[in-house]
Design a protein around this ligand. Structure first.
Ligand code: SF4
Ligand code: SF4
Length: 683
């Protein structure tokens, strides 16, 4: 029987607050993201965009996925420069069993996960916690943020059917997002006394009034229309409809995927197209819903794109998963072709949110064609994790500078040199046209010289022209082809062990939940010592030694680990850091409940551990008390074999005593580690 699934367990708010500020002070990092990788904006450039009438300081966001699931993930996305957070999709069926592993980033990116793993009520609380943590950080003045760079939006993502969305629990979630005063007030009371001076800030209580609808692959068009109708009319939400790549139709999808991009191994089942919304039906409901939204003074847009359903042709996921979802580089080309097709029909009348293979090189292009938000998931699961977003902004600012653009609108007009041609299409009076031309040639922001109405039309024309230019270039670009993505992350052939590894540090940032961490375990060999009780006293046998040579050891905080498998993909050694390295639980109850997993539970004066399925305990002191199956002994820590006393039915493995002692010292030695904080919180 497979082991029960590991459940995510959110961290108490007070622990997160203490960790965030404590770590920043002690290590100049937050949730393991180094300060030098924060993107805090700059006074020279305005990267802000409008989304459903709200302003966000940048168009970048985590897509509804692993990076927007837990509170700390939202803070990490924000520190990377994201300002429109598409929150992980919630739905009525919140007791899902997701197969493990569930994310395969070996090549282009596949997954079998699709929805929030937390309960609806927990999700709401995590989103509120994330927002409050960000606001606490801003209010603390600890970050040197560029002016207005704190402007952040949260966008709900809700799935999957009308009945579920109308259910009382999902509706309670939506109401909670629209007004989370109650949760804010409760969490405000959990702010630790050390940060009491920040507790009075005016936290956002309308967390979101926008929603991106996620529907199942194969959801009928009329169901989508009914859901959005309900969301507009009943919930009064600005809506984005996430559309499926199947809209391209089987011929064009396969032509792009196989003939153009060379992914011959990827098979899209016919059933995926048969069940899905056709272009014609999508076109119909977008127009009808668009009209309703305008009448209600709400926003309506679309999102390209959901993942692509493909047959499970690899051996990464469990074999009984017949289908999996493709993302990453090939999806980028499919989604961009859909953007072009959509704009060919609708022009720039409907805003487009985007997610598909966004990375450092193409983020600026997505901005240049006017997509808002530009959301990312797969790329932030690669080595560097959230820090990769920093590179997106380096590249965007480089390209803006090359065009003399100081804001997003100016960049859209100038990015591909289409500014003059787009202007010509506006058919302006001669003097206004000339003023625009002068503005285009100057370094000054276009908004200084061009009226808002004209500029909006100009930006819109340029975005449409850029779309054609970019989509053609991306479709031809070899970087999206299969032969550019065949190399899997390197494995070096060694097996991970409890201690020591090549300490490449990859497993920490690739975890979207910040579950992996490093700690300093005392160096030096651990002798393998076995003590046997006998009538004459103890017989001591030394059977070798375990090495602890590396100043940094790697560990896993089980509460944040959902066994997604991503750290295993990128670890150069075999075994999986989340499976082999010491695993810590935030509470004793969880440690007891997860009896199928090895791991540790730490309190101030003691540690309990399961190693190879056997349970041990160590109460620190003089003498210390070491217990296990069939024994209870006392010993002085500096001289365990010389001071051993107590009862044992058989052999006592003193190696375990030393492992527990060192791990306990290491965890408590880092006051900002999650297990240490969780322990402090309880005591
Ligand atoms: S520790 Fe590894 S397996 Fe666990 S959630 Fe993080 S990346 Fe996934
Ligand atoms: S566990 Fe693997 S990924 Fe993590 S530091 Fe060690 S070798 Fe690198």
């Amino acid at each position: 029987m497979p082991a029960p699934m590991t459940e995510l367990r959110p961290c108490p708010f007070g622990v997160l607050v203490t960790r965030m500020f404590g770590e920043l002070e002690a290590k100049r990092s937050i949730f393991d993201l180094p300060e030098r990788r924060f993107f805090l904006g700059d006074a020279e450039r305005d990267l802000s965009v409008s989304f459903h009438g709200h302003t966000a300081a940048t168009p970048l966001g985590p897509a509804a996925g692993p990076q927007s699931q837990m509170a700390q993930n939202l803070v990490l996305s924000w520190l990377g420069g994201c300002r429109i957070h598409e929150l992980k999709t919630v739905q009525i069926d919140d007791e899902l069993v997701i197969p493990r592993p569930c994310i395969d980033m070996q090549t282009v990116g596949y997954n079998v996960e699709w929805s929030q793993e937390l309960k609806l009520e927990q999700s709401l609380e995590e989103y509120v916690k994330g927002s409050m943590l960000i606001e606490l950080l801003v209010a603390s003045g600890e970050l040197e943020l560029a002016p207005d760079f704190e402007r952040t939006l949260f966008d709900m993502s809700v799935g999957y059917g009308l009945e579920g969305i109308q259910s009382e629990r999902v509706q309670a979630f939506v109401r909670g997002m629209l007004d989370c005063t109650e949760v804010v007030d409760r969490l405000r009371g959990e702010i630790p006394p050390a940060f009491a001076h920040l507790a009075g800030i005016d936290f956002t209580t309308r967390l979101s009034d926008t929603l991106t609808l996620s529907t199942f692959h194969g959801c009928p068009a009329d169901e989508i229309e009914r859901i959005v109708h309900f969301l507009l009319h009943e919930n009064r939400l600005n809506c984005i409809i996430k559309l499926n790549p199947m809209l391209l139709g089987p011929a064009r999808t396969r032509e792009l995927l196989h003939d153009t991009l060379g992914y011959d191994d990827v098979r899209v089942p016919d059933s995926a197209f048969e069940k899905d919304t056709s272009w014609e039906r999508m076109s119909g409901f977008v127009e009808r819903l668009g009209e309703q939204a305008r009448a209600l003074e709400l926003g309506l847009g679309v999102k390209f794109t959901n993942t692509l359903v493909v047959e499970n042709h690899r051996d990464f996921f469990p074999a009984d998963e017949r289908e999996m979802y493709l993302s990453g580089p090939p999806l980028h080309v499919l989604a961009m072709n859909l953007v072009r097709a959509f704009r060919a029909e609708f022009g720039d009348r409907y805003p487009i949110s985007f997610s598909a293979g966004i990375d450092r090189k193409n983020f600026a292009d997505a901005v240049a064609i006017g997509l808002v938000p530009v959301t990312v998931c797969s790329d932030l699961l690669k080595p560097g994790g959230y820090a990769r977003a920093h590179g997106y902004f380096e590249e965007l600012t480089r390209r803006m500078d090359a065009r003399g653009a100081r804001c997003v609108d100016d960049f859209i007009v100038s990015a591909y040199g289409v500014g003059a041609a787009a202007l010509a299409r506006l058919d302006l009076p001669t003097d206004e046209h000339a003023a625009c031309e002068r503005a285009l040639a100057s370094e000054a922001p276009l908004a200084d010289a061009v009226s808002a109405g004209t500029l909006a039309r100009w930006v819109s024309e340029a975005a449409l022209a850029n779309t054609t230019t970019y989509v053609e270039a991306a479709t031809r670009d070899p970087r999206y082809r299969r032969d550019s993505h065949t190399r899997v992350p390197r494995k070096i052939g060694s097996e991970l062990e409890l201690f020591d590894c090549i300490t490449c540090d990859k497993c920490v940032p690739v975890c979207p939940n910040d579950a992996n961490f490093s700690l300093a375990v005392a160096l030096g060999e651990i002798s393998i010592v076995k003590a046997h009780p006998g009538p004459e006293g103890w017989t001591i046998r030394v059977e070798g030694a375990l090495a602890v040579d590396k100043p940094r050891q790697y560990a896993n905080f089980a509460d944040f680990c959902n066994d997604c498998g991503n750290c295993d993909v990128f670890c150069p050694e075999d075994g999986g850091p989340y499976l082999v390295k010491p695993r810590f639980f935030g509470t004793r109850d969880d440690w007891s409940a997860q009896a199928h997993l090895d791991g540790f539970f730490v309190a101030r004066d003691r540690i309990e551990g399961r190693i190879d399925g056997a349970t041990y305990g160590l109460v620190r002191g003089s003498p210390a008390v070491f217990t296990g199956n069939g024994f209870r002994v006392s010993l002085v820590e500096d001289d365990p074999t010389g001071t051993l006393d107590g009862e044992a039915l058989g052999e006592v493995d003193l190696t375990v005593f030393e492992i527990l002692r060192r791990i306990h010292d290491a965890v408590l030695g880092d006051a900002t580690s999650y297990p240490a904080l969780a322990s402090a919180q309880r005591e």
